[in-house]
Design a protein around this ligand. Structure first.
Ligand code: MN
Length: 435
């Protein structure tokens, strides 16, 4: 009978990258992933855990020679001095720099597994008895088009200690350039738990036989990475059962929240509604412990008489929406107006006026039926214009970083609808003013 083993696990730290959309008036330095890496190491020592595991992309590709090296090194040395093993694999971002960093560091308790794309096992012992086996594979190059499990060739273990697989890979995404792996291959391998990297959103895919999960990035890095982030405490029994518990060590959090603007008469009505929704949401769903900044994206929904005015006041509103809830600073990262004017399109579509044409356009587009084809030339024209804008050299960097995709038909139709709504409501406002 072997003892339980406790592991602190995280992935995708991306040292050198900074979380996006932090307001410029705030010092971004304390929000760098390096701070959370230091917190993670401190948590490992305080517990203390039997090992720390990182599932790849420790260092961000874009900034690997600058701050990343030192940020990794200092905390790794602290861990080494505490005698806690650190077990890592390389991902698509750090396949080349990580092996070099680790060889230079030359620490006793730091283990890079599966260098050059071969499977490798390292066994943790306590008093001469195996406590856990760690099996890992590292990216040998930036792009890997096939499943690394095809090369799994390790001999079976001959004791009771749990086997933990560590792999940077893209689960159930066959067309991926980043080591596509089907869940079935992970299930078939003689491994009790799979600790994966690459996806930044923390996700448990399978509770047991085997346990499969992405710990996610310990600090979220963009508004797409919503929800709670932080490293995970994993308790593994000899039978290979895993008890996972996330430690919410991240200092920022992104979320997307709907705020009901139903019946709002003007822009003034919005801030109190946003504050109320935020307050309730934070109280009910968020462990604010180590959080130092909350960056929600707000979707305003509902039918509002003040729709056009709210739309025009968007920038102003976004700035007004910096507040504190309890002691937590909150900055609305962006405000998206999805409100609809409080009108009946069928009534408005009667007659031969600009308002009637716009109302008919909206009815056609929203019907999704054959009527929508009537408006197809307009949608195509909008798409062409959006693609031209997207292709402008100004956006070269964004495109290269993969932060922006060329607009598709659906986005063009959405844009036409939003603009038609806006125009319709503006015309109605003017009518009201003249009346
Ligand atoms: Mn990756």
């Amino acid at each position: 009978m072997v003892d339980d083993v406790t592991i602190l696990c995280t992935g995708d730290i991306h040292l050198g990258r900074h979380p996006t959309r932090i307001p410029s008036e705030i010092d971004g330095q304390p929000f760098s992933p390096r701070t959370i890496w230091q917190r993670t190491v401190q948590a490992a020592i305080d517990e203390p855990v039997d090992a720390v595991v990182i599932t790849g992309d420790i260092v961000d590709r874009e900034n690997r020679y600058f701050e990343a090296y030192g940020a990794f090194e200092n905390a790794a040395k602290t861990l080494d001095e505490a005698g806690i093993p650190l077990i890592v694999v390389g991902g698509n971002h750090d396949f080349d720099v990580l092996p070099r960093m680790i060889h230079d560091l030359n620490l006793d308790h730091l283990h890079l597994l599966g260098e050059d794309g071969s499977w490798e096992r390292w066994t943790l012992h306590r008093d001469g008895t195996p406590l856990a086996h760690f099996e890992g594979w590292s990216f040998p190059s930036e792009h890997i088009l096939s499943s690394p499990l095809a090369d799994y060739d390790l001999d079976p273990t001959s004791d009771d200690a749990p086997v933990l697989g560590i792999l940077h890979a893209d689960l159930d995404t066959p067309e991926s350039d980043y080591a596509p792996v089907p869940t079935s291959e992970l299930i078939d391998a003689p491994v009790d738990a799979w600790l994966l990297g690459h996806i930044h959103k923390p996700t448990i895919h399978r509770e047991n036989d085997p346990f499969i999960f992405y710990p996610g990035s310990p600090q979220p890095l963009s508004p797409k990475e919503t929800g709670q982030h932080g490293p995970w405490m994993l308790n593994a029994t000899a039978a290979g059962d895993i008890q996972p518990q996330q430690r919410p060590l991240a200092s920022i959090r992104y979320d997307t929240l709907d705020v009901d603007a139903q019946g709002a008469k003007d822009a003034k009505a919005i801030p109190p509604r946003v504050s109320k929704t935020l307050e309730e949401h934070i109280k009910a769903n968020i462990d604010t412990g180590p959080l130092e900044l909350y960056l929600p994206r707000i979707h305003l929904t509902g039918r509002a008489q003040g729709h056009a005015q709210i739309q025009r006041a968007r920038d102003e509103l976004t700035h007004q929406l910096a507040l504190k809830i309890g002691t937590l600073p909150v900055h609305v990262e962006s405000l998206e107006i999805h409100t609809k004017p409080a009108v009946d399109l069928h009534d408005l579509a009667q007659g031969n006026t600009p308002v009637a044409s716009l109302a008919q356009l909206l009815l056609d587009l929203e019907s999704g039926g054959p009527e929508a084809y009537e408006q197809e030339p307009l949608v195509q024209e909008a798409m062409e214009a959006m693609r031209t804008a997207h292709g402008a050299s100004t956006y070269n960097l964004l495109r290269r970083e993969g932060w922006t995709d060329p607009p598709d038909r659906e986005q063009a139709a959405g844009m036409v609808k939003r603009q038609a709504r806006l125009l319709l409501d503006t015309l109605l406002d003017q009518k009201e003013e003249h009346a």
